[in-house]
Design a protein around this ligand. Structure first.
Ligand code: FES
Length: 179
């Protein structure tokens, strides 16, 4: 392990406080920070963020102790990875086992229907992305949804639909006011 990677791991998660980085931390821990786990870690990052930003790639590079060139090389080689950003707001529904048995599937289905957006995609107005991830490490409050980077627990299809509607209404109001 390089000293730099060891230092990066000591700082628990991303300095921004964005909870989504926890999913990347979990994937790296699961594979004991093995460099060979790069593909799995990129996959976890893609599932959680919906795309791979430069910042995420730098984070993974620093924590796994793998050079950026190699991280980019792997990320661009596989077509399953995307570098396009998400909509203005995003909801990541955890579909790990604990969340799934507590109704995560219904949350995804309801949001998809209500806001007319297939899982893993963004609404045509670019305002809302609906994503799923495997366990994000908060099983005690399942089912878990990460809404705009904040973890929300014990959600229901209806409670999430209300929250998303509120955020989108606010966004549309701001747009209308801005003319
Ligand atoms: S399964 Fe959803 S937080 Fe663990």
């Amino acid at each position: 392990m390089t000293t730099q990677a060891a230092k990066a791991r000591k700082k628990n998660t991303h300095p921004s406080g964005d909870e989504r980085y926890k999913a990347i931390d979990m994937a790296m821990r699961k594979f004991k920070y093995e460099k060979d786990a790069l593909l799995e870690v990129l996959n976890a990052a893609q599932e959680t963020f919906g795309y791979l930003s430069r910042e995420v790639l730098i984070y993974i590079s620093a924590h796994l102790g793998v050079r950026m060139a190699q991280v980019y090389g792997v990320a661009t080689f596989y077509h399953l990875f995307t570098f396009d950003p998400l909509g203005a707001h995003n909801c990541i529904v955890c579909t790990g086992t604990a969340c799934y048995v507590k109704g995560a599937g219904e949350i995804v289905e309801n949001l998809s229907k209500r806001f007319d957006v297939p899982e893993g995609q963004t609404t045509s107005d670019g305002l809302f992305s609906l994503l799923t991830a495997r366990c994000v490490g908060s099983c005690g409050i399942a089912p878990v949804v990460i809404m705009d980077g904040k973890v929300r627990g014990k959600e229901t299809p209806e409670s999430m639909a209300v929250q998303v509607q509120e955020v989108l209404d606010r966004e549309r109001l701001l747009e209308a006011e801005a003319g």
